[in-house]
Design a protein around this ligand. Sequence first.
Ligand code: NAI
Ligand code: COI
Ligand code: MG
Length: 400
Amino acid sequence: MTTQLQATPPKTLRHSRRRSAGAAARRPMVTFRCSAAARSSYGITLLPGDGIGPEVVDVAKDVLFVAGAKEGVELRFQEMLMGGAALDAVGVPLPDETLAAARASDGILLGAIGGYKWDNNEKHLKPETGLLDIRSGLGVFANLRPVTVFPQLVDASPLKKEVAEGVDIMVVRELTGGIYFGKPRGFGSNDKGEETGFNTEIYSVSEIDRIARVAFEVARKRGGKLCSVDKANVLEASMLWRKRVTAIASEFPDVELSHMFVDNAAMQLVRNPKQFDTIVTNNIFGDILSDEASMITGSIGMLSSASVGESGPGLFEPIHGSAPDIAGQDKANPLATILSAAMLLKYGLGVENAAKRIETAVTQTLDNGFRTGDIYSPGTTLVGCKRMGKEVLKALESQK
Ligand SMILES: NC(=O)C1=CN([C@@H]2O[C@H](COP(=O)(O)OP(=O)(O)OC[C@H]3O[C@@H](n4cnc5c(N)ncnc54)[C@H](O)[C@@H]3O)[C@@H](O)[C@H]2O)C=CC1
Ligand SMILES: CC(C)CC(=O)C(=O)O
Ligand SMILES: [Mg+2]
């Protein structure tokens, strides 16, 4: 299935202008939609990465291919090196060829990167640096992480049934700014000669405004409620964040905006997650809160994500890491990556019917009682990563 890719990537976000009068109406608005002309053939870059990454991508690739074919869409795959696998093969975590191939493709499906072997590498030779570089290299500043409790998995959640059931949150995480990218950063020493390590949390107005607009757009299409999570009681970067999110709210009078400090948000997600509809937050808070929120659904192995920018292909990946503790044992839950493939079809290519097919096949597989270890509960059938993939494929193939 691996072939050469064609260029002409679709735009995943586009700027448009409202036609009505008024200052707010004249401001550019980011619209979260695919603007690609419908085509029948797309090139997808696969970045399996490390640990369980290749296991889950292998499974999701087949599901993606079949879902596309069912809708008359041909998907051509090209696998590229990334993360520790790239370090071992060519000495860098993000080879130029990988970034070029990703940019020239129509969508990117990434597994996960990282592992003990590279943990003590210098910063520029860490798999994680490759991940940050591809996100910024593609300009995918908006990371959407849906937190959806499948009714079949309510018992897998560590929360009480009445707290977990029906939870449906979209976390919109800023992905290419903040403390993961801020300068100065590094190691130094203080006036006592003690070694120090430091990073910088920094956001500009334009970075906040664009992620806020995406989040308001997303909230508008969902339950109309947006909660902005920050630490504006302490951090200057958060004070600016809150000021700008509040200012952008005037462009979206139909969306109800609230603000919450991140420490409270972490607590509220466990106490009463159903109070949230859409959450917008910075890079590091979004990283941490989405891992926390994943457990409401039963497992981190259930959470997919879509990362999109103003133009160019989107990056689609499960929110989990390379899980070295279970790698190579066929224990990984591939559903987060399979659902990321569905997001690729929906947000990346605009082939919404194919995305729905995958979602239906996942639901069917859970209805049929198949569970990997992380979402297992008594009375269900314990399967490995490969078998789970086969069951999803079977459900997909049985669709008309
Ligand atoms: N996007 C990425 O590629 C990410 C990479 N990482 C990297 O991954 C490596 C491991 O990091 P950890 O902190 O252990 O986080 P992790 O997300 O890899 O694993 C945390 C725990 O969740 C379990 N888990 C994760 N995904 C699972 C799945 N699909 N099915 C079943 N169980 C699953 C793991 O077995 C582990 O017990 C590190 O090198 C880290 O830097 C971490 C997060 C994101
Ligand atoms: C490995 C980090 C760079 C990122 C991360 O944990 C994430 O994006 O979820
Ligand atoms: Mg993370």
